[in-house]
Design a binder for this molecule. Structure first.
Ligand SMILES: Cc1cc2nc3c(=O)[nH]c(=O)nc-3n(C[C@H](O)[C@H](O)[C@H](O)COP(=O)(O)OP(=O)(O)OC[C@H]3O[C@@H](n4cnc5c(N)ncnc54)[C@H](O)[C@@H]3O)c2cc1C
Length: 781
């Protein structure tokens, strides 16, 4: 009965819902406002948004728009002890570590989501749905890889094999799929008409090259609806094949699809089972569905064993045991296939932070015996640092303090284990270009020895890197391979990726590609007492276990040292164009609003103060990336009927502008970020003018967030944080000297229930504490 849509705010593109609202009802309610709720599980006419949050549900259109976690900005949660916690904020910038991100996908084991604030998307102006018919699953899979590698991100890219096509076509959901096809692909492109037109031509050429026998475009909205109904009701249609169905769910790297699907075919043949495949091919998210008769015990046992083998094949290919359905109890025993005992025990420990008595949804996700192991530290401390790391890895820093430069996750674990055992405080440094390396500590641990780009997989658009790798070095390597990390954090290009992740600092590209969290698929971190914990995975979709990566992104190193990261990449755009307008600030914010109303597809939209842009006036900078046709179309739309004159910048001039914008936050001793809505930017800049200054300001008039850099004393900033908090605006201290960090803390003004959870999480991951991090300041609330 918690099924009300509490509020719908079209201007800010937000909906506040109770958890019992059915997924499809939200999009229906948003439709008259020209908006939609993008995550669209095939079960969307029945499943609830509360269930979606608990499972981090995905759906066909999550390829382009992201899964549930990318759309949840705030949660009101009832913890199992009966207390409330307010996680996240409607603006999307949390009041502390990313606890909303940690909660999403926790399978009901952290508490009950009572109220959910969601991000809505504008309806695309044009949609084109293509049905491509292939002789074999292999040729269809190759087409999927070719489309992704070409840098085209369709709204949806779905595959069905022959067994599934036939089941659908024999059912009431018959969609007109070719029954003699080995496989079909449903490819949907959306956006501005010219861009869709251009991409559609490119996709059709790629489909033909991969061997499609025919490509048909839906000629009307009703034909499109029919094509999608066949896909979304495919599970139901399989009821025709046999009375029972196991809907399997696993993920593999996209490039492994052909080989893995062939292995699954062989497993089916070996166990004499009927497997029908229907799945989110663009994400590599498989659903091999095993149709059987549960009254036959021998058959049921074969289904169980085949399911286990399919999971093993997917894991062996570098994938995950679940992309969207979760672990529950069915997949409990597969969890050790992808996580070691320490990582599983860490998940249990996080569960106990939210639910100490483990009463909510007991006995799910992590096998019970792993939950008993956390607390017995793995690595036995060695007598001294040189012994643990080797002489070469231990030197003295400028202040005469020992500095350890471990070259592996194990090495970092040795250092932290040793520090914990001796009660040493440890300061963690990356390249030392962002946060002043001045925290009082007994030992400095630098990640400079963790400098390997472990793997770049351009076909799968993922990379694995060690945390000490600099952003510039990674981008150079990616460029050589035609890929791109769509992150432009403030600071110097040599900033380490570990520091970008720990501080959660994203630059102007967050407008088009999201905050830092959206680029991190998983990684490894070492706790204050020396445990190496793996979180997430290296595939683009994954809901196996609790999402501990969210704790590391923007956690300021209070919960661990990040040692390795799995990153989500983009194909390098064929074209990049920067447009710049100069003028009065309010005219520029007004112009930015007009662009948003016109649904301009931009990668970056940033308002910069004169000093931040190294210009004489305020600047509105716009970057558009993509195919040549799409960029030309969007640049044309941006400048037509503009209220301010736009300059199209030459590449060197554009690079200089974005470089100035990146370095501006280093211009003052202190850098803060404020979680503001786009319509609150003018007001908060006025407030900055009144209380601090507006020297170095960068703000996102499209998606919100404001960054300020300058000089201030702690009391002035504490007052400013309080005033901001009264207006429901979170202020995060991104960068400051230690005394300042210590006094003010990275976070303050925690919302209800948050402080207690943060304290418990901290003592779970850094019991001593070992890490010299001022998460909260002195006298925080
Ligand atoms: C035919 C079919 C197709 C499907 N297609 C997809 C798909 O495309 N993508 C996808 O991701 N999933 C899919 N699913 C799986 C399922 O629909 C999703 O996981 C969905 O999110 C579950 O929502 P629900 O309301 O049914 O939750 P339930 O199944 O009732 O509950 C799921 C879990 O969430 C917990 N929970 C529910 N509400 C809350 C709350 N308010 N707070 C905390 N915990 C809560 C429950 O305790 C339970 O552990 C499909 C399922 C079926 C049957």
């Amino acid at each position: 009965r918690l099924n009300r849509i509490v509020a719908l705010d079209p201007a800010r593109r937000r909906a506040v819902v109770e958890p019992g609202v059915v997924n499809a009802q939200l999009s229906e309610a948003a439709l008259p406002h020209g908006l939609l709720y993008a995550p669209d599980p095939s079960s969307q006419t029945a499943c609830t948004l509360g269930g979606n949050v608990a499972e981090n549900a995905g759906g066909p259109h999550c390829l382009k728009y992201g899964v549930t976690t990318n759309h949840v900005v705030a949660l009101e949660v009832l913890l199992p002890d009966g207390t409330l916690a307010q996680l996240g904020s409607p603006q999307g910038e949390p009041w502390g570590p990313d606890l909303a991100g940690l909660f999403v996908g926790s399978e009901g084991m952290f508490g009950i989501a009572l109220q959910i604030t969601l991000r809505l998307e504008p309806l695309p102006a044009a949609i084109r749905t293509l049905l491509a018919d292939f002789p074999t699953v292999r040729s269809a899979s190759e087409a999927v890889s070719a489309i992704i590698a070409a840098g085209i991100v369709p709204a949806a890219l779905e595959m069905m094999d022959q067994a599934c096509i036939r089941a659908v076509e024999a059912s009431i959901y018959a969609a007109g799929y070719p029954v003699d096809a080995g496989a079909i692909l449903l490819v949907e492109l959306d956006g501005e008409p010219a861009a869709v037109e251009g991409e559609s031509a490119a996709v059709e050429a790629l489909l033909a090259r991969a061997g499609s026998r025919s490509v048909r475009a839906a000629s009307s909205p009703s034909e499109r609806a029919r094509l999608w109904q066949g896909r979304k009701k495919a599970f139901g249609a399989m009821g025709r094949i046999a009375p029972d169905l196991v809907v399997q769910d696993a993920v593999v790297p996209r490039s492994a699809l052909p080989a893995v699907l062939e292995r699954i075919d062989r497993i089916a043949a070996e166990y004499r089972l009927t497997v029908a495949n229907v799945f989110h091919a663009g994400d590599g998210n498989l659903h091999p569905n095993i149709c059987y008769d549960g009254r036959d015990p021998d058959l049921t046992e074969r289904v169980r064993r085949a399911g286990g083998e399919i999971m093993a094949v997917c894991v062996e290919a570098g994938g995950s045991i679940t992309g969207e359905h979760g672990v529950g109890s069915d997949k409990l025993n597969y969890m050790p296939m992808i996580f070691d005992a320490e990582s599983l025990a860490a998940m249990c420990a996080v569960r106990r932070v939210f639910d100490p008595d483990q009463r909510a949804n007991p006995r799910k996700v992590v096998p019970v015996h792993y939950c008993r192991e956390y607390g017995r530290v793995g690595a036995a401390p060695r007598p001294d640092l040189p012994h643990a790391l080797g002489e070469a890895a231990v030197e003295q820093d400028g202040g005469g303090r020992p500095r350890a430069t471990p070259e592996s996750t194990d090495g970092v674990a040795q250092v932290c284990g040793l520090a914990h055992a001796h009660g040493w405080r440890v300061r963690v440094e990356g390249q030392g270009t962002w946060m002043p390396p001045d925290a009082p500590a007994d030992l400095t641990l630098t990640t400079r020895g963790l400098a390997r780009i472990v793997e770049v997989a351009p076909a799968d658009l993922v990379a694995t890197v060690e945390a000490g790798v600099s952003l510039a070095a990674l981008q150079r390597e990616l460029e050589a391979q035609g890929a791109w990390l769509a992150l432009d954090p403030p600071g110097r290009p040599e900033r380490s990726l570990g520091s970008v992740v720990a501080t959660g600092t994203a630059g102007a590209l967050r407008h088009g590609f999201g905050p830092v969290r959206d680029h991190i698929l998983g990684g490894t971190f070492v706790t204050g007492d020396g445990r190496a914990i793996r979180a997430g995975g290296s595939v683009v979709k994954n809901v196996a276990g609790y999402d501990l990566t969210k704790l590391q992104v923007g956690g300021f190193g209070a919960f661990g040292v990040v040692t390795q990261l799995h990153l989500r990449l983009r194909a390098r755009p064929a074209e990049r164009v920067t447009l710049m307008a100069r003028g009065e600030r309010d005219r520029l914010t007004h112009q930015a609003r007009a662009l948003m109303e016109r649904r301009l597809a931009a990668s970056a939209l940033e308002l910069l103060s004169p000093a931040a842009a190294a210009e004489a006036q305020w600047v509105l900078a716009l970057e558009i990336t993509g195919t040549d046709a799409a960029v030309a179309a969007e640049a044309g739309r941006a400048t037509e009927s503009a209220e301010v004159p736009w300059d199209r910048l030459e590449p060197e001039r554009a690079a200089a502008l974005w470089s100035a914008a990146s370095r501006a936050p280093l211009g003052g001793d202190i850098t803060i970020r404020l979680g503001v809505f786009p319509d609150g930017i003018d007001e908060i800049i006025d407030l900055l003018e009144e209380r601090l200054d507006t020297g170095l300001v960068a703000a996102g008039p499209g998606r919100g967030l404001l960054r300020w850099s300058g000089a201030a004393d702690p009391e002035t900033l504490r007052t400013f944080r309080r005033i901001a908090a009264e207006r429901e605006i979170p202020l995060t201290l991104e960068r400051a000297p230690w005394d300042f960090r210590h006094a003010l803390g990275h976070f303050g003004a925690y919302r209800e229930g948050v402080g207690r959870l943060v304290a418990r999480l901290r003592s779970t991951f850094d019991p001593a504490p070992t890490f010299a991090v001022a998460l909260e300041g002195t006298g925080h609330d």
